[in-house]
Design a binder for this molecule. Structure first.
Ligand SMILES: [Zn+2]
Ligand SMILES: [Zn+2]
Length: 149
């Protein structure tokens, strides 16, 4: 990883980064705290929050804002897309090439200097799909209609 820069790499920050890099589940601060406590019993939830904010400001972790629920964090800071399960809320990576052409096209149509775009996929994860098949019950997802990116 390039340019880790100005941020002082304390032991806790290192542990948080390592823990985050070891999972692709895009955990919330609370979930990370639960995992970190296993090997750092004295770590506090507030220091996990504080360190995540600092790491995020330094560009070393990505923050995924999800309307109506807790922020999730990602150690993969490269441009990539996510899909969120409309039933259980879990977030997974979508290994699509970043659509840079989209930025150019948006710039052309709007006259803006477009610096990026946010694209989030929504759907039903394999686990929920399987669970649903078992119960033979249709899930409409209508309660997600007011979800915002
Ligand atoms: Zn799901
Ligand atoms: Zn991701």
């Amino acid at each position: 990883m390039a340019g880790t820069g100005k941020l002082t790499m304390t032991r806790q920050r290192k542990a948080i980064l390592d823990e985050l890099a070891s999972t692709d589940s895009h955990p919330t601060a609370d979930e990370l705290y639960d995992r970190l406590r296993r090997h750092l019993p004295r770590i506090s939830l507030s220091s996990v929050y504080r360190n995540l904010e600092a790491l995020s400001r330094a560009g070393m972790v990505r923050t995924l804002a999800v309307a109506g629920s807790q922020k999730r964090f990602d150690a993969d800071t490269r441009e990539h897309y996510h899909v969120r399960c409309s039933s259980c809320g879990r977030v997974a990576d979508v290994p699509l090439e970043p659509m840079l052409q989209l930025d150019k096209e948006a710039a052309r149509l709007s006259g803006f200097d477009v610096t990026g775009h946010r694209l989030k996929f929504v759907g039903l994860c394999p686990q929920c799909k399987a669970g649903q098949a078992h119960q033979g019950r249709a899930h409409t997802g209508h309660e997600e209609a007011n979800e915002d990116a």
